[in-house]
Ligand binder design. Structure first.
Ligand SMILES: [Zn+2]
Length: 239
């Protein structure tokens, strides 16, 4: 029994059918229809819709029941898809191959430090509830760190639907050869209104390897310790 977002199937099917149609009609606008760009478009649309979770074994009944309400949303999905295609078309992932052959990764022969996804959580130190609003900046040597593509934000703003959780996926950093072990220093600066600003420095161990085009993987995640913020102006509590 798992959680399941019924919008995923809807959006996946709709995006594929629109891209297939673009290909069939000769693609006069030369839109990239590779699997990466399709996934990016799905991601764009899903991030702009309310997720619609169901418990998987009860999902079908729920879909049936809500099919009617859904008809009206269909048009919104389609217009979001076109908006997404337009956005992604103008900001193609610089590191992706944009080829439809499912070539595994090492197409580029450039050594690089592949930085893992960075995940952290922020809580209100007074009541241990996850914070709903905060802005988090990821910096390295004072500069804001570039993300792999425009689906990832830096600074990251917490979203109400996922309280307290922030994520970053830094772009790979150039390396002189593969197999070099290094610790990359980063710092986080967290600001939330009504709270004392928080600074946290940390190091991520990395090893250089040949640049790959798939960046995000659940196996490559760096989890930060939970962080707690305290209201500004509060007296320090005696320990
Ligand atoms: Zn593409």
């Amino acid at each position: 029994m798992g959680l399941y977002n019924i919008n995923e199937d809807k959006v996946t099917a709709a995006v594929n059918s629109i891209f297939d149609r673009i290909e069939k009609e000769g693609n006069p606008q030369k839109i990239c229809t590779c699997s990466q760009c399709r996934t990016d478009t799905m991601c764009y649309v899903l991030n702009r819709m309310e997720p619609h979770y169901v418990v998987s074994n009860r999902g079908l009944a729920r879909i049936e029941k809500e099919a009617i309400t859904y008809q009206q949303k269909e048009a919104d999905i389609v217009s979001l898809i076109y908006e997404g295609i337009n956005q992604i078309h103008h900001r193609l992932r610089p590191f992706a191959t944009h080829s439809n052959t499912e070539e595994p990764c090492e197409i580029e022969h450039t050594p690089a430090f592949m930085v893992p996804g960075i995940i952290g959580r922020i809580f209100n130190g007074m009541n241990f509830a996850p914070l709903e609003e905060a802005q988090i900046e990821l910096r390295r040597e004072e500069l804001l760190v570039s993300m792999v593509d425009s689906n990832w934000q830096n600074p990251y703003n917490l979203v109400r639907s996922i309280p307290g959780i922030f994520t970053f996926l830094p772009a790979p950093l150039p390396a002189t050869s593969k197999g070099i072990h290094q610790k990359l220093g980063f710092s986080l600066s967290i600001k939330a209104s009504g709270f004392e600003a928080l600074l946290h420095s940390f190091e991520v161990p990395v090893m250089s390897e040949m640049l790959r085009t798939t960046f995000f993987s659940m196996e490559r995640i760096f989890r930060l310790p939970d962080m707690y913020m305290f209201p500004s102006g509060e007296e320090e509590l005696p320990v």
